[in-house]
Design a protein around this ligand. Structure first.
Ligand SMILES: Nc1nc2c(ncn2[C@@H]2O[C@H](COP(=O)(O)OP(=O)(O)OP(=O)(O)O)[C@@H](O)[C@H]2O)c(=O)[nH]1
Length: 216
């Protein structure tokens, strides 16, 4: 790694229509990923998007670092058309292809805040993360709650929401050291949202001492 340049590698996981592509676009500040409402799964293939280079965003050892973010968008899991086996294989190959050598800094589990996370079945995205990232998955995973404006509309703040969350979600948050981000569609401008999300992601990556997971 060039000490004045840093690339942060992220992968998005989540159920169909949870808002993965839209979150990826917000993080990258682009429209690289096709995002739309549908009564079925939209994304069929993995794809990698790259942000522009940010200057004056991050410092390391007193030096200004130029930062670039790479985001891997993945098909929803479970998928409305593709088998679970197919999706797992597609994502496994994409992780090895894009992050095999460089490594993955953080997997974002994209979860709708207005859909309670209940008992984790074999077909849940968390199971896929565990399978693909291996036994240290919990050190490299954070939850990105989309549709967070629905929480506000229902009169909850973030702390109240988390206090009343399902046992499954609370257990998951405990195991990933309470790494979570709320993404709001209303109110803040897109660039404000992006900045807030990026700051949290960088915080998590720093707390993890910039460690990465590699895939052979
Ligand atoms: N209100 C609201 N809508 C959102 C939010 N995030 C995404 N959406 C909408 O949800 C729909 C699905 O978003 P996508 O980004 O395509 O979701 P996806 O997980 O990539 O979908 P698949 O590829 O089908 O799995 C789109 O209409 C988005 O505009 C959010 O935070 N709030």
């Amino acid at each position: 790694m060039n000490s004045n340049k840093m690339t942060i590698n992220l992968a998005l996981f989540g159920m169909t229509q949870s808002g993965k592509s839209s979150a990826g676009n917000i993080i990258l500040g682009s429209t690289d990923f096709h995002s739309s409402f549908a009564p079925c799964s939209v994304t069929r293939d993995c794809s990698l998007g790259r942000s522009c280079h940010f200057r004056s965003f991050m410092r390391r050892g007193g030096q200004e670092v130029t930062l670039q973010v790479q985001v891997l968008d993945t098909p929803g899991y479970p998928h409305s058309r593709l088998s679970k086996k197919h999706v797992r294989q597609e994502v496994r190959e994409a992780l090895a292809h894009h992050f095999g050598q460089e490594g993955l800094h953080l997997a974002l589990l994209v979860q709708r805040a207005d859909v309670p996370l209940c008992g984790q079945e074999e077909s849940s995205p968390v199971q896929m993360i565990q399978e693909l990232l291996g036994h240290t998955w919990m050190n490299y995973t954070a939850i990105l709650f989309t549709h967070a404006e629905k929480i506000e509309e229902a009169g909850f703040n973030e702390d109240e929401y988390l206090r009343e969350a399902s046992e499954t979600l609370l257990k998951l948050l405990n195991s990933i050291q309470h790494r979570y981000i709320f993404q709001y569609k209303k109110g803040n401008s897109l660039s404000e949202q992006r900045l807030k999300i990026l700051e949290r992601i960088i915080e998590f990556v720093k707390e993890n001492c910039y460690q990465v997971l590699t895939f052979k």
